[in-house]
Design a binder for this molecule. Structure first.
Ligand code: ADP
Ligand code: NA
Length: 330
């Protein structure tokens, strides 16, 4: 390996990514593909931990892949694939299930939160073991680093424990991956409720900016974003959460620092920031949508790109799985 290997995945659970997905994850994946040997996947196996309509899942998987390409992932520079196209994920997942203690898995706080919301009878065993499938996702590729949000830190600790456990019990087999925690500054808040993060499941329609919506609709959401009763544009995450969120988004899209922006908006009011942000977003999202649409309108090309990615992924995954099976005694 000449460059560090990184691996990350995104669920295809909604057709359109939202602005938080883009600024918090996808955009950083695009940056990381340059200096790293990057593997990125649409994790459709994870999506079925909750009930999915088959036609919708198939469609959303393609829309997700098209958006990743539209955002700038380059299949020549990284390996982009769909998880279910690489059967080794499920195969190594089983091995990892057998290596994980029940109590250890039961300590995962994200499962406790999610299952509490769903109720016991509606919660699948797959949701319980999803961190263990995630472990297989990572270890199959011998990833050095895993770009994840803070909420995934506990799962990554378990991944490191399991890699070390296997290496000790059998023979050195897996790279023990390090977390690469994505910048906290990239956390995007709900435009209507700037105390909460923008989220496809929790945000109201007006608080959520979907990348594939008509840009006019999104522009309106920026213009009616909730701010405070003040007038001076300044950065204060506690006192001016809404304005600070808009400044962070502006900064991410324009490349200007927050300090530069505060100077730029001196003597102007919140409305000026909102109007400028609406224009900035429209200027970015319009070509993004065009590129994404290009892949959706050319299914053969999208298939070709995803088959290329699955082929490259399987070369690595099958080699790892073969040595795992050998060591276990299969
Ligand atoms: P959601 O929270 O809307 O369900 P996901 O959990 O599918 O979104 O998140 C996919 C990726 O996008 C993860 O890497 C996550 O950290 C990132 N992400 C999601 N929401 C935000 C946000 N509001 N700000 C920054 N990053 C986010
Ligand atoms: Na999340």
């Amino acid at each position: 390996k000449d460059r560090p290997r990184v691996l990350s995945g995104i669920q295809p659970t909604s057709g359109s990514f939202h602005l938080g997905n883009y600024l918090g994850a996808v955009r950083q994946w695009v940056d990381l593909q340059e200096a790293n040997d990057a593997f990125y996947m649409v994790v459709d196996l994870h999506a079925i931990t909750v009930e999915q309509d088959p036609a919708t899942l198939r469609e959303n998987t393609r829309i997700s892949a098209a958006q990743l390409l539209g955002a700038g992932l380059d299949p020549e520079r990284c390996t982009l694939f769909v998880q279910s196209h690489v059967p080794e994920h499920a195969q190594l997942g089983w091995v990892m299930n057998c290596l994980t203690g029940f109590g250890e898995a039961a300590r995962m706080t994200q499962f406790k939160d999610k299952s509490a919301k769903q109720g016991n009878d509606r919660t699948s065993v797959g949701l319980f073991t999803y961190p263990i499938l995630q472990i297989a996702d990572i270890l199959l590729y011998q990833a050095d680093a895993v770009p994840v949000g803070e909420d995934q830190r506990q799962h990554l600790e378990l991944t490191r424990d399991l890699a070390e456990r296997f290496n000790t019990r059998y023979a050195p087999t897996f790279t023990v991956p390090k977390p690469y925690i994505l910048k906290e500054t990239a956390k995007i808040l709900d435009l209507q409720d700037p105390t909460a993060k923008m989220s496809k499941s929790a945000s109201s329609a007006k608080g959520l900016v979907n990348l594939l919506d008509d840009p006019k609709v999104s522009a309106k959401k920026f213009k009616s974003a909730v701010t405070d009763t003040g007038t001076v544009v300044s950065y204060d995450e506690e006192g001016k959460a809404g304005v600070s969120n808009l400044l962070r988004i502006h900064s991410a899209l324009s490349g200007q620092s927050v300090e530069q922006l505060v100077a730029h908006f001196e003597g102007k009011m919140y409305g000026a920031l909102k109007t400028e942000l609406a224009e900035l977003f429209t200027d970015w999202v319009t070509p993004f949508q065009k590129r994404t649409q290009g892949f959706l309108e050319d299914p053969a090309e999208l298939d070709r790109v995803l088959a290329l990615g699955a082929g490259k992924a399987r070369e690595v995954a099958s080699e790892t799985l073969a040595s795992v099976y050998d060591r276990i005694g299969f």
